[in-house]
Structures are given as structure tokens and as C-alpha cells.
Design a protein around this ligand. Sequence first.
Ligand SMILES: O=C(O)CCC(=O)C(=O)O
Ligand SMILES: [Fe+2]
Length: 397
Amino acid sequence: MLSTANPTATATTAPATPSKKSVPAATEDLANVPEYTTIPILDVSVALDAPATAYTEHGPRGDALRALADQMRAACTQSGFFLIKNHGVPDAQIADMVAQCRRLFALSKPEKDALRSGHNRGYFAIGEENLNPEVQVDGGDFKEGMDLGADLADQKPGEMFRGTTPYPSDAQVPGFRAACGAYFDVMSKLGRAVMRVLAVAMGQPADYFDRILTRPMTQLRLLRYPAAPPGMTESRLSCAAHTDYGGITLLAVDSPGLQVLVPNSTTGTATDLVAHPTSRAHAPIHGGTWMRVPVVPGTLVVNIADMIARYTNRTFHSTLHRVVHAGVPHDRYSIPFFFDMDADAVVRVLPEFMPGGKLANPEVKELFFPTPIVFEQHLQSMYNSTYGAGKREVATS
Ligand SMILES: O=C(O)CCC(=O)C(=O)O
Ligand SMILES: [Fe+2]
């Protein structure tokens, strides 16, 4: 279902709802940080079916696409987090995926354990992933999950990160595999569309990413945060502070809980940050303020990840985020879709974002990433640190 709403891209902000408190009082009150009421909301309808050539065309569509790219650049330099509306994914399809999550996680422990793969696909239990191991020292994230990858028929021998996904049978979770497959397809298409806008926001041709999206490292993740978890402190959170690793994340949530470290523009210091070294390397330069992301019906949350921060030398933020699902008597479900580049993509700072470059943040004087990185190196090092070395092998089949 494509949206027929306003064909011109417009950015609005989320409706203001008063925050309960303006300052986090104590570590046990981490849930009550201010609400991020100014999170940009981008109408992406014009981009859904636009070919790369449309971004340079004269006329209303070209103008709307370029305006959308400008809004995305503003959002990426503000916090790296924004909401998208008129994104073409039907509300009913998202609701059905949440229902699939409920049924999946309601399986018995032995049934869920049978969905483990020994690599980075399949089921993982509460506490097995720790997204901030140096800070979150009282156990791993208070969530369980299931990772699903594309079923690639052309898997190359020895290729990393692409193991087969173990699925529950249709008798166990009716329609699960078909629903996930359909969701995967629709989110992949949306991911490509958003990456085109992002390329233009980065001052590049709209098809700039095409050459590193030949076998993108897409991963669909289903998450359940149990009801009434223990009191939250930074040493034990629902999902610890982290950045995402690749290109963009398209996130559907059923309820609040997500918080982002909105960068301070010119004050504060990086020492405010509570994160492990790799995340710190992408963290806001002047520190930040934790804020709750509002749940706005009909929108998806989008955030940009570490490789985009690298291309832009941290002018675009790969922002620290976390989940605090506390004091709530019901489960929380969320469905991130990680739309990442090819494993062998080489990522280096673009000339426009070198210190002093025409799109660079003028406050940034340092070249943070002097050497290029191959995306899979980064992915492997993040998996090693967040699952504990050896606990989750890379996939080769
Ligand atoms: O559950 C959420 O809202 C966010 C999850 C997340 O950040 C992640 O899985 O990377
Ligand atoms: Fe994340």
C-alpha cells in the first residue's frame, strides 16, 4: 500500500507531550528522562518508487526529493534518529509481525532452544547479548530475540555472516515464515529507497550506494522485552547503550522504551558518555542528553549506523541508544531491520566531510577515521565484543 498522502516531502516534529521530569534523577529512574519531542518526522512517500535519476530531474518530483534529502541531512546532523511516515509498509503488516513475535516467544524453552544456530541467526535468550559489556556488568541485555537473514541461494563457500535461519514449523507458529519473508522484502525495498535519499543527503549521486548493495547484510531481528523486569541501572538495562553497526536501521516498536543520546550542540564533553570503546568512537563529540523516543502511530523509527558516521567523519551521528522497559506490566516487542552494506564494502571518509570540507560540521577539526575499514571487520569485532568471544561463531553455511 503506497501512501497517497501529501506527495511533497515535509518534515514535521512529533506532537509535544510534557515529560514527567526534565532531568534524570537517579540511576534507578532511567525510564523518566525527557521526551525527544523535536525528533524530525520525514514524509518519504515521494522516494518510495523514485529511480535514482529522479533526484536530478527538473520539476516538482525532483524538487521534493532534494528537499527530502535536505531534511534527512538536517536530521542526521542533529541526532541521527528520525521518524518516517507514508513509508508504504501497511500498519496491519507491522501489527501482524508483532503478533508473530508474541507467538514465537510464547513457545516453550526447548522449542526456542531448537531455533539456535550456533552462529548469528536464530534464537537467543535473555542475557545472552550484552550491547555494552564494559558498562553493563550485572548481566546481559534483559531481552530475548531471534535473528533472521535472507535465504540466499547463491551463498558462497566460507562467506561470513550468512548462515541459514532456523525457522519454527507452521504447526508451531502458523504463517511465521511467510510473514517474515514478506516483511523482509518490503523492508529491503524501503531500505534501498531510504539509502538513495541518504546518498543525496551526503552530497553524492542517488545511486552512490548501489555498488555496495549487491548482497547487502540485511538482518531482521525480533525482540521481546519481558514485563516487569528488575529495576534498571546502567549496569543492567533492557538493551544497553550501543550504536548500530552498518548503514541504517528501520525499527518498528509496539510501545515506548527506546531512548537516544541526543547530541549536545556545543557544550558538554565526551566524558559524559557511558559506552564501550567502539561505541565511544561514534558518540557525540560534545556529549549528549538521554531522551525518550515518542511512539507516533504510522511511523517507523530510522537511525543511521557506524558506517555512515565513518563516511561523514561523525558529521552524521551514529547515535548511542538504549532501551529502558521498566515499571511496565506488559511485554514490549520491537522489530529492528538492519539494512547494511555488502560485507566487503570498503568505507572511507568522503572528501566533502574531511575537516573543512563543504558538508563537514565546522566544529570537527579532527579526522576521526584516517584509515578505511572493510565493513565485515567492524561487524566481526562488534559481534565478538557483544556476545563474548566464541559464543556466536560467524556463519559459513
Ligand atoms: O528495541 C528497540 O527499540 C531498539 C533495539 C535496538 O536498538 C537494536 O536491536 O539494535
Ligand atoms: Fe540498536
